[in-house]
Design a protein around this ligand. Structure first.
Ligand code: DGJ
Length: 714
């Protein structure tokens, strides 16, 4: 548009402001979004904008002033007066780069006794451009789920350059941010820092397997470093598996704004007339008793609302990846079923390497894309394996990586254009593979076909969905030139389409999310999965820290924890570490000594009978951090506080200090018993108050000593 035309359009827009799109008269109106122990307080200013007053303790008194600083706008748009990092940046159809958002109305709908939805409708006074801020509040879990709907009612395309899901503000003296970063085999490493003025960004730009270097969740502690039991603490978690941005802007008045959503970097989005862009949701929880409560809030929320089958026990898996890699035959796999039976596993999970014929999947350089059973390895097909497992009373699961392709595959030979790629650039491979372009509906359909054919195989009741490649050449042969920047967003929405079809069409097939270890651990994908694979690092010493990190947001039932041969450790230590999550095994158990085999099967029986339900459904208390002591300790307490399980892991030699459980009922009398082959206690009875005050000696002195202690109310 020429400059003169632009000026005319702008003048027209300004003069249309008052006449065409009347603004609110609701100045002063309060909008409160409460949960059981917190409240988000908002107010409509006299200027019609919506401001945030407070997020935190419900009893907070807010001075009845309506002089609201512009910087405290709840969802600030760019270009008409707001001077800090905006939540929204849009270029309107006429080229105007400014947006103003004025309150129209709001409504609160009760969904059930626990959940209510508040929708605050805003519009630009000069354009038919609408933004609805949505807040679902989960009272009992103290969680607020927030997302934004952006609708273009203009005659032409609106270009979105920023489109945060949420941008709340906090007010404190100091802000301490904990992030969870890492890489392959060092996932969920915790790092806390005091925020200084300016913008601190935690992000991902790699679109797929996007959580590889950091997952999109954080802990914010107000006024002091985060503590497990004390202090105002906020947990944030974005329901998005693609590139994300969590930007923390500490302003000149020491207010902190957290702008969270899809990463706007290189992701301009064209919103056509009549279209609505719905951002992914952001989860918030607030606690005045530390990050332990923040975690318990997330866990309770997840079990009810955030993951598949939140209240079903996770099967004990026997996986073959570390035992066989891709080198197996039908006979070998069938022989492993007997081991599964012996140790008491519920499900055998066949990992990578079962498919590809013209391009057999014997190594990671071939076969991805060709999802037919390899006839040399599995002459009778997958259903035969499943029925052999079923005959022995074992369920059968199978690995897939449906979004990916090896150049050495029939699929790539037929459809080289289906791979994500940039024109005029040579392919860059990662693990010899490329990502399929899910923005293309034909590809999406193909990927759904892979999932649905594989999971329809008779006898399949479990799947592990892997994704080992991120995107570093984000181009699509399908999308037009002016929509290339939308590729990674469209990919992830299409991915959710396939995942939600999977969950809906195969309700009896449980699913584990995996992405080269923990490269896709977020509540965007976890809606469709029962658990996730946190890391290929199964050395229990490393796993203690990795599981510790993920436990800040994800309940133990989602954290797959397998006993393997990795690490120099006694078997008991490896089992005790895995028992604090969703226990599984990845070993050729035929190679275990008779005594180890017996011990493993005893442990699994004990886990299923006495431990699994408390670990998977109980409240977690992190007692001693592996980051700052010679040992790690945690306990889980059932909701009615009648049972608890305490785990202690000695990491270095040290004195046998007593370990203090938390979360018990002070009045109840608990019988205390050490289990899993370590007779420290054999049935003493003590009340919860004494146990929590005085603690228990652990008899763990040397590195790799560990204890599992049950406390059962009498
Ligand atoms: C990466 C996963 O993290 C492993 O557990 C295994 O499934 C391999 N991929 C298979 O290729």
């Amino acid at each position: 548009m020429k400059y003169a035309q632009f000026l005319i359009a702008l003048l027209f827009a300004v003069s249309a402001r008052a006449a065409d799109f009347p603004t609110t008269t609701a100045g002063g109106e309060s909008i409160n979004i409460p949960t059981a122990h917190s409240v988000l307080m908002l107010r409509v200013g006299d200027d019609g904008r919506v401001y945030e007053l407070h997020y935190g303790a419900p009893e907070k008194e807010i001075a009845k002033t309506n002089v609201l600083a512009r910087e405290t706008e709840l969802y600030p748009p760019f270009g008409d007066g707001f001077i800090l990092e905006p939540a929204l940046e849009a270029t309107h159809a006429d080229g105007n780069t400014s947006t103003d958002l004025i309150y129209v109305k709001h409504s609160t709908t009760t969904i059930d006794t626990n959940v209510s939805l508040t929708r605050i409708e805003l519009r630009d006074p000069a354009y038919p451009f609408f933004v609805t801020l949505c807040f679902k509040s989960y009272a009992a879990e103290d969680v607020i789920e927030q997302w934004t709907e952006i609708r273009n009612g203009e005659n032409g395309t609106v270009t979105l350059a920023r489109f945060a899901s949420a941008a709340p503000q906090f007010k404190a003296r100091e802000y301490w941010l904990t992030q969870f970063h890492g890489d392959y085999k060092t996932e969920a490493t915790m790092d806390e820092e005091k925020l200084g003025h300016g913008i601190k960004i935690l992000d991902s730009k790699i679109g797929v397997r996007a959580d590889r270097f950091r997952f999109p969740s954080f802990i914010l502690s107000l006024n002091a470093p985060a503590d497990e039991e004390t202090g105002e603490t906020i947990g944030g978690s974005l329901e998005w598996s693609g590139s994300f941005q969590l930007a923390f802007d500490l302003d000149f008045k020491n207010r902190l704004r957290a702008l969270c959503g899809i990463n706007p970097f290189a992701s301009e989005y064209k919103l056509k007339p009549g279209e609505t862009f719905t951002t992914p949701s952001m989860l918030w929880t607030w606690s005045d008793s530390g990050k332990g409560q923040v975690s318990r809030n997330f866990h309770r929320w997840a079990r009810q609302y955030g993951i598949r089958d939140g209240n079903k026990p996770r099967p004990v898996l026997l996986n073959n990846w570390e035992a066989t890699d891709m080198n197996f035959t039908e006979q070998l796999i069938v022989s492993l079923f007997d081991g599964a039976k012996k140790i008491g596993a519920d499900t055998f999970l066949l990992d990578d390497g079962w498919f590809g014929n013209a391009h057999p999947r014997n190594k990671d350089n071939a076969g991805l894309g060709d999802w037919q059973a390899n006839t040399n390895k599995l002459p009778h097909g997958v259903s035969f394996l499943a029925s052999e497992a079923n005959k022995r009373g074992i369920n059968f699961g199978i690995w897939i990586e449906p979004e990916m392709v090896n150049p050495s595959s029939d699929l790539f030979e037929q459809h080289p254009d289906w791979a994500i790629q940039q024109p005029k650039r040579e392919f860059i491979y990662g693990r010899n593979q490329l990502d399929l372009d899910l923005s293309n509906p034909k590809v999406e359909n193909f990927v759904w076909g892979v999932v649905s054919n594989t999971l329809s195989t008779p006898g399949v009741s479990y799947t592990k969905w892997d994704a080992n490649r991120f995107v570093n050449q984000p181009g699509s042969t399908y999308l037009p030139a002016d929509e290339q920047s939308e590729l990674l967003i469209k990919y992830n929405f299409a991915l959710y389409g396939v995942m939600s079809n999977m969950a809906a069409s195969f309700p009896n097939v449980m699913a584990m999310a995996c992405s080269g270890g923990g490269g896709r651990v977020d509540y965007g994908s976890m809606k469709y999965f029962d658990s996730f694979w946190p890391s290929d690092n199964t050395d229990p010493v490393s796993r203690i820290k990795i599981q510790w990190g993920f436990s800040h947001f994800f309940p133990a039932e989602t954290i797959a924890a397998h006993v393997t041969q990795m690490g120099k450790r006694p078997l008991k230590f490896a089992i005790d570490v895995a028992m604090s999550g969703a226990l599984g095994v990845d070993m050729d158990v035929r190679k275990l000594s008779p005594s180890d085999l017996q011990f493993l099967s005893n442990s699994i029986a004990l886990y299923k009978k006495e431990i699994r339900d408390v670990v998977e459904q109980g409240d977690l208390y992190r007692l001693e951090s592996p980051y700052d002591s010679a040992r790690a300790a945690l306990d889980y307490v059932s909701a009615d506080k009648s049972r608890a399980v305490l785990f202690v892991y000695q990491l270095k030699g040290g004195e046998d200090k007593s370990v203090k459980p938390r979360g018990l009922d002070p009045q109840k009398h608990y019988r205390v018993r050490a289990t899993n082959d370590r007779e420290v206690y054999t049935g003493e009875i003590a009340d919860g108050a004494t146990l929590m005050r005085d603690g228990l000696p652990t008899e763990c002195h040397n590195a790799f000593d560990s204890a599992v202690i049950e406390m059962i109310a009498q």
